[in-house]
Design a protein around this ligand. Structure first.
Ligand code: PGA
Length: 248
């Protein structure tokens, strides 16, 4: 399995920030893992052009469930694909919270991504209250069951475990807690899709991953990479995480 370092720029970056992409490609021309950046939609085409001929892959941060139509302000999976994206992040907790996205809507978006030939990076994660109540596994299990359609495989799906309370806070679960959730997700995928398929689907950890903690997180069983927010904005930080994953 090729591991995956994915960066989520969220609502950050204008064309001036593309210099970071050039720096990342220069510093890591042949990384020992798959590397992806998901910029805001306004930069997808420009970033894809900059990345052409390099190992860097480009992703969107969301897509609509329909391929086209009267949906002002939305972007479809075929549009992302046309702009040069190969992946799309779906079900991020900020979309669930800011836009009220439900598992059923996310399920439809994953199907739309697959139909357009995009790899879906499906995000799951519990809130702090849910973890404190001992419900973390139950919550991510329910999200996985309700938001991932039949037909998932390593070629079309990546799962990102992102505890909501760890995103952008500088706090992370213990390594044992990360391992517990990732092991649980692997078993849940195996029950549904078979052991071979489950073993090949990448399970990313996300939430306050930075150069200083990446190595220990990547050493946890069933962690196949990271989805990185804040630390993906600077080539030096994201490059250090790419190097840590390549060495893991
Ligand atoms: P963070 O964000 O790395 O800034 O915590 C992670 C994410 O939301 O994907």
């Amino acid at each position: 399995m090729q591991k995956l370092a994915a960066g989520n720029w969220k609502m950050n970056g204008t064309r001036a920030a593309l210099a970071e992409v050039d720096a990342l490609i220069r510093a890591h021309p042949a990384p020992g893992c798959e590397v992806l950046l998901a910029p805001p939609a306004t930069l997808v085409a420009a970033m894809a052009e900059r990345a052409e001929g390099s190992a860097l892959r480009i992703g969107g941060q969301d897509c609509h469930a329909a391929a086209s139509g009267a949906h002002t302000g939305d972007i479809s999976a075929p549009m992302l694909r046309d702009a040069g994206a190969s992946h799309v992040i779906l079900g991020h907790s900020e979309r669930r919270a800011d836009h009220g996205e439900t598992d059923a809507q996310i399920h439809a978006k994953v199907g739309a991504a697959w139909s357009a030939g995009l790899v879906a990076i499906l995000c799951l994660g519990e809130t702090e209250a849910e973890r404190d109540a001992g419900r973390a596994l139950e919550v991510v299990g329910a999200q996985l069951a309700a938001s991932l359609p039949d037909g998932a495989g390593a070629e079309n799906t990546v799962i990102a475990y992102e505890p909501v309370w760890a995103i952008g806070t500088g706090r992370t679960p213990s390594l044992a807690e990360i391992g517990e959730v990732h092991g649980f997700l692997r078993r849940a995928l195996a029950e549904r899709f078979g052991a071979q398929t489950a073993a090949a689907i990448r399970l990313l950890y996300g939430g306050s991953v930075k150069p200083s903690n990446a190595g220990e997180i990547f050493a946890v069983a069933d962690v196949d990479g990271a989805l990185v927010g804040g630390a993906s904005l600077k080539a030096a930080d994201f490059g250090a995480i790419v190097a840590a994953l390549s060495a893991a």
